[in-house]
Design a protein around this ligand. Structure first.
Ligand code: PAP
Length: 277
């Protein structure tokens, strides 16, 4: 409602969109470093001193805290913002092809999303409460009880939008970015209208970006090792870096749980043409 009532989109806005725990931190870093690659030296980059959420602010969070968009209204164009909101909740003035603003979305295997969410939720959990069990987290996730709505609905609405408006919504999979990060970096750059020149390719700028934004590099930066939490901000920067792997679910879910979740996913995706593989 606040976005609907207050947010004034600009044609140059770039919005990093995700369901929680699908690679928001990574995609923020990639989009920031791709878009601003000529402004910074890779040996002394803002991503070495700032968590990506400071460089690509969280639209929903800023509006919620301020109750207005004044903070974001003051940003120079082009604004790089991030959101967890489903595409269907954005006002038409943002989703219309004519509006110009673009969305870069990333999804992830639901089993890894569940495990990542479960770990994260327990980190945030007040110490005087018992930890959330995996069974509890599993049941909620399967029933569609997730922040920002059932996971599958979130993915499908962006996927459909990317098919209908490929110039407006770029749809990525975490697993693909892990496998072929360079290809994804090139794809994002082209989508954002800033493709890599032959000189940049020769200078290995794509490789520099991939390395800068890798889990291994980012999780080693002092700013991202910071575990400070307080009542105003109960989440620390370190909480956004756990394993950063594909398939960690295998270490947590029983074969029965994995099968149940795969079946739910199959049902939800039936007839859509979309697959997480
Ligand atoms: P958010 O949606 O709450 O902002 P988000 O960044 O999407 O969080 O999720 C964190 C996940 O991304 C963690 O996954 P894991 O629990 O399975 O390990 C985190 O490790 C992973 N992650 C963070 N940075 C990177 C990165 N540079 N490359 C790959 N994965 C990353």
């Amino acid at each position: 409602m606040l976005v609907n009532d207050h947010f004034n989109p600009r044609p140059t806005d770039i919005i990093v969109a995700t369901s929680p725990k699908c690679g928001t931190t990574w995609l923020r870093a990639l989009v920031f470093s791709i878009y601003n690659r000529s402004s910074f030296d890779f040996s002394d980059h803002p991503l070495s001193k700032n968590n990506p959420q400071e460089l690509v602010p969280f639209l929903d969070g800023c509006i919620q805290v301020d109750g207005s968009t004044s903070f974001i209204d003051g940003f120079p164009s082009p604004r790089l913002l991030s959101t967890h909101l489903p595409y269907s909740l954005f006002p038409q003035r943002m989703t219309d092809d004519a509006s110009g603003c673009r969305f870069v979305y990333i999804c992830r295997d639901p089993k890894d999303v569940l495990i990542s969410k479960w770990h994260f939720a327990n980190k945030l959990r007040p110490k005087d409460l018992p930890p959330i069990t995996l069974d509890e987290a599993f049941d909620s996730f399967c029933e569609g009880v997730s922040h920002y709505g059932p996971y599958w609905d979130h993915v499908l609405v962006y996927w459909k939008a990317s098919l209908e408006s490929p110039k407006k919504v770029l749809f990525l999979k975490y697993e693909d970015v892990k496998k072929e990060p360079g290809d994804c970096v090139r794809k994002v750059a082209e989508f954002l209208g800033v493709p890599f020149s032959p000189e940049e390719q020769n200078d290995k700028i794509v490789e520099d970006i991939v390395k800068l934004c890798s889990f291994e590099n980012m999780s080693e930066q002092d700013v991202n090792k910071n575990e400070t939490r307080n009542s105003k901000r109960p989440i620390s920067n370190a909480d956004f870096f756990r394993k950063g792997e594909v398939g960690d679910w295998v270490n947590h879910l029983s074969p029965q749980m994995a099968e149940t979740l795969d079946q739910i996913t199959e049902q939800k995706l039936q007839g859509t043409g979309f697959s997480f593989r």
